[in-house]
Design a protein around this ligand. Structure first.
Ligand SMILES: C[S@@+](CC[C@H](N)C(=O)[O-])C[C@H]1O[C@@H](n2cnc3c(N)ncnc32)[C@H](O)[C@@H]1O
Length: 219
């Protein structure tokens, strides 16, 4: 394929990428703490991309992932399980939970942990939370077996649970990220559509759209 044909073939994806920028939630990061299953990582990246979360951070103490973003996005299993969402998603890895918190706190982020259990000083159900009050927010998800660590709980503002009504102890990591991030992105997209700055200041004359219509993706 010559360069010009290749460029034309790429264009629909580029047009789509440009048109969805306005819908992405600013300053919202999903953090995976020591995930053990690459398929779950792929599913979370897919959810993050589909729901318009800005970035994914992965605490990866066993060095299963590459530090290099280019290498990461070309990693076959990750690309396959995320249905290529990894190519369009910012992913950064950290060696430890402490390193990730140090980085987030330096950048002014508030953290929330998620768990099926009551943890820490403040524990709420998903629908009780206002996720727009934190200008910069990181939402943490725990390991598939051990759940979220005590350190992550201690350095977070609160713990959020998705109510469960069955016999099992928890939801799958990928599933819970989808449910949790749907609610958080819905609230934050609606907020950023109305206000330019924090504390409900700077009302927009023209609210930003919160729903993608065919007009937004037309070339
Ligand atoms: C398979 S669960 C871990 C189960 C583990 N035994 C525990 O004690 O948390 C993996 C992750 O998914 C998220 N998760 C699963 N079910 C959840 C729920 N009902 N509410 C909130 N988060 C949940 C949490 O981040 C959890 O750490």
């Amino acid at each position: 394929m010559n360069a010009e044909i290749k460029d034309k073939a790429k264009r629909p994806a580029r047009i789509r990428a440009d048109s969805i920028k306005a819908f992405r939630c600013q300053n919202l990061i999903a953090v995976l703490e020591d995930p053990s299953n690459i398929k779950n990582i792929g599913t979370v990246i897919r959810n993050v991309n589909a729901l318009g979360v800005e970035k994914v951070y992965i605490v990866d103490p066993h060095r299963a992932l590459s530090d290099d973003w280019q290498e990461l996005r070309e990693q076959k299993t990750l690309s396959k399980t995320s249905v290529s969402a990894v190519k369009w998603t910012f992913v950064k890895r950290f060696d430890s939970t402490a390193d990730c918190f140090d980085h987030l706190e330096k950048m002014g982020f508030t953290s929330l942990v998620t768990s099926p259990h009551v943890k820490g000083k403040t524990s709420i159900f998903l629908d009780e939370g206002d996720y727009t009050i934190y200008p910069k927010l990181a939402v943490w998800f725990g390991n598939e077996t051990r759940g979220i660590s005590d350190l992550a709980v201690a350095r977070s503002e609160m713990c959020v649970s998705i109510p469960m009504f069955g016999m099992i102890e928890s939801l799958n990591l990928g599933t819970s990220s989808g449910i949790m991030l749907y609610e958080v992105t819905k609230q934050r997209r609606s907020y950023q559509s109305e206000y330019k700055w924090r504390n409900k200041r700077g009302t927009r004359e023209e609210p930003l759209p919160t729903v993608i219509t065919p007009d937004h993706v037309a070339p």
